[in-house]
Design a protein around this ligand. Structure first.
Ligand code: G3H
Ligand code: ZN
Length: 281
């Protein structure tokens, strides 16, 4: 069934566990996330980023409607989250499109501007009954396929600043920069565990890890043990799907029916989703 992100994150936090939040761009991705969650028998957050909406020709509704329908029929609880939103007009479509939560991303702005924009977004979101996540201390690599140094794994969230930011903005969860970076295709990132411990001691909202594809299994489990409650993963799923499609097309150069390779890719992505959920425990 379709549930709310707030309830999944609250439940995970109470159990000192983490919920997997998986990014989707296509209908096959939606189907793979639901199938993977069902095979692991776990609740998940299915998330659509502003960049994904741009790929969908700037329209949220077609993918959102498909996702709502898939979640409603899922055998496990699935919540819908709008990810990395910078555009106010997209933010304002969230509730109508069936999303129970948003991540408002003004982390590129200086502190005061990030706070002012995030507080306004939080006020609006709460008036709509939406759960809202924001980010402080920008996690690098957001625009995909950057040169490696754009991963900026050195970005860090300051605990005292984070505490003030959460109090003053009123957000329900905070994405923190502790060594991960977006769009990594190798699992070579390492986390600043001492900083995670300080952040988790300083904040009483759930902490969110972005760019989790770049972390090896032991770093993911350590992140959860250290207080991360929502683990965002996109690139690892694309690696699984695209790799399977590439292998299939190489082995079957005569293939033309899209269903043949999309089916193989979807199944590979579903296995990757189930694998991540098992690692998170
Ligand atoms: O918000 C989405 C995530 O941070 C995904 O990052 O594609 O590097 O796993 P990733
Ligand atoms: Zn992210």
């Amino acid at each position: 069934p379709l549930v709310t992100t707030g309830e999944l994150v609250t439940r995970a936090a109470a159990a000192h566990r983490a919920v997997a939040a998986l990014n989707v761009v296509t209908l096959e991705h939606v189907e793979a996330v639901v199938a993977g969650a069902e095979s692991a028998d776990a609740a998940v957050v299915l998330q659509v980023s502003e960049n994904a909406v741009k790929f969908r020709l700037g329209r949220l509704q077609p993918l959102a409607r498909a996702a709502v329908a898939a979640c409603e029929r899922a055998a496990v609880p699935v919540a819908l989250h709008l990810d990395h939103v910078q555009s106010d007009s997209l933010l304002r479509q969230a509730a109508d499109a069936g999303f129970s939560s948003v991540m408002y991303d003004a982390a590129h702005l200086p502190y005061r501007e990030n706070l002012a924009a995030t507080r306004a977004a939080a006020d609006w979101a709460h008036a709509q009954g939406l759960w809202i996540e924001a980010e402080l201390g920008e996690v690098g690599g957001k625009n995909g396929e950057p040169p490696l140094d754009a991963h900026a794994p050195g970005a860090r969230t300051d605990p005292a600043e984070a505490r003030a930011f959460v109090t003053d903005s009123g957000v329900d969860a905070l994405a923190v920069a502790i060594g991960s970076s977006h769009a990594m295709t190798t699992r070579t990132a390492s986390l600043d565990h001492a900083l995670l411990a300080r952040l988790s001691g300083a904040l009483d909202v759930p902490l969110v890890l972005h760019g989790s594809s770049g972390l090896p299994d032991d770093e993911l489990t350590a992140a959860v043990a250290g207080g991360i409650t929502k683990v965002n993963i996109g690139t690892a799923l694309n690696i699984a799907m695209t790799g399977a499609i590439r292998d299939f097309l190489t082995a079957h150069p005569e293939a033309v029916d899209s269903r043949t390779y999309l089916g193989v890719g979807r199944a590979a992505m579903a296995r990757a989703v189930a694998g991540i959920i098992r690692v998170l425990g």
